[in-house]
Structure formats: structure tokens, C-alpha cells
Design a protein around this ligand. Structure first.
Ligand SMILES: CC(C)(COP(=O)(O)OP(=O)(O)OC[C@H]1O[C@@H](n2cnc3c(N)ncnc32)[C@H](O)[C@@H]1OP(=O)(O)O)[C@@H](O)C(=O)NCCC(=O)NCCS
Length: 159
């Protein structure tokens, strides 16, 4: 990273009646391949309403709506992972490649560390549009677990 690199200021914000449609529409900015890798935000928020383990937020970067994050905390029949699991993460197409996804994960790690939590689980699909390289760049390693009817490879970041 060069000395002149300016890191984005990332915030996690509640999704409100005023912002919900804008959050839904972020999904339309992903490529077709990327849309195969992550559920649409509207679908994720609908799922969250039927799960008492879901926690979701909109991602703002330098004050602009840029993405969506959803965690799953604790194991259940949906995700059999005892811990914090990165259920959904998407950065809107025009905002990708600017370090926002990295800052989101770093912020999450900072927060989890203060809560005495020392790992973050996630999973990814394979093939075109796969975010595997993103997880590798951030230090996630494979766990040997599989999720989503075994289509997704489990990875974990430990600190
Ligand atoms: C994966 C995703 C969240 C990455 O967000 P992003 O803000 O573009 O990522 P960043 O700019 O913070 O990149 C962080 C690092 O990952 C790498 N990276 C990110 N996307 C990558 C890709 N598609 N291929 C290779 N490397 C990638 C970057 O090179 C960077 O590495 P560096 O910091 O060592 O240079 C974003 O591409 C996305 O929303 N994809 C569609 C949805 C998805 O797959 N979500 C994850 C599964 S639920």
C-alpha cells in the first residue's frame, strides 16, 4: 500500500424503511457471476426475519451506501457453525476494489476481539465470480467444513 493510499471510512448502519429499497437495489450492481455467489439483499433481509441468529447492516463507505453484511451467530439447522459466521457480504459493483470489503472485515475483527471472540467463519462458492481470492488475501484458511448442501467451502480467520 502506498503512503498516499486513503483508507475508506466504513460504517455499519441499520437498514431502515428509508434505506431498504436502496439496499435491495445494490444487488443489481453485481455481475451475473457474482450474483451466483451471494443472495440478493432483499432475500437476505427476508431470511433474517425468520432467523433469531441473523444480524445485518448496510455498509457505508465515506458516507455513501456501498454494501450489505449479514452475520449468523451460533449454530442452528440453517448454518451448523458454533460461532460468528459471515453469512452474507456484498460490496456494490462500483465500490469494489477500493479496500472497502477489507475494512469491513477488519472492523468486524476489531469489534469481535473486544467481545472475547477470536475467530470469524465464512464460506464461498467456486468458479467464475468466486470471492475465494478475497478471503485468501485477508488471511482466511479452509476449515474442511462445507455448507449450503456442500456447495460452499468453509473458511476461517483466526486472531
Ligand atoms: C468479495 C467482495 C466482498 C470483495 O469486496 P471488495 O471491497 O471489492 O474487496 P477489497 O477491495 O477490500 O479487496 C481486498 C483484497 O481482496 C482481493 N480481492 C477482492 N476481490 C477479489 C477478487 N474477486 N479476486 C481476487 N482478489 C480479490 C483484493 O485484491 C484485495 O487484496 P489486497 O488488499 O491484498 O490488494 C466483493 O467483490 C463482492 O461483493 N463480491 C460479490 C459478492 C460475494 O462474492 N460476496 C462474498 C460471498 S458471500
Amino acid at each position: 500500500m502506498s503512503e498516499s493510499t486513503v483508507l475508506p471510512v466504513v460504517r455499519l448502519c441499520a437498514v431502515t424503511a428509508e434505506t431498504a429499497w436502496d439496499v435491495f437495489e445494490l444487488s443489481e450492481t453485481l455481475s451475473a457471476e457474482q450474483r451466483n455467489m451471494v443472495a440478493d439483499n432483499a432475500e437476505s433481509i427476508a431470511e433474517a426475519h425468520f432467523s433469531d441468529r441473523a444480524w445485518y447492516r448496510a455498509i457505508s463507505a465515506d458516507g455513501e451506501l456501498a454494501g450489505f453484511l449479514m452475520l449468523h451467530v451460533g449454530a442452528d439447522e440453517e448454518i451448523d457453525c458454533p460461532g460468528v459466521f459471515l453469512w452474507r457480504l456484498m460490496i456494490a459493483g462500483p465500490y469494489q476494489g477500493r479496500g472497502i470489503g477489507r475494512r469491513v472485515i477488519e472492523s468486524l475483527v476489531e469489534y469481535l476481539r473486544t467481545r472475547g471472540i477470536h475467530e470469524l467463519h465464512a464460506s464461498h462458492g467456486d468458479g467464475p465470480g468466486s470471492p475465494e481470492s478475497f478471503y485468501t488475501a485477508l488471511g482466511f484458511v479452509p476449515t474442511g467444513e462445507h455448507y449450503g448442501e456442500d456447495h460452499e467451502v468453509g473458511v476461517v480467520l483466526r486472531w
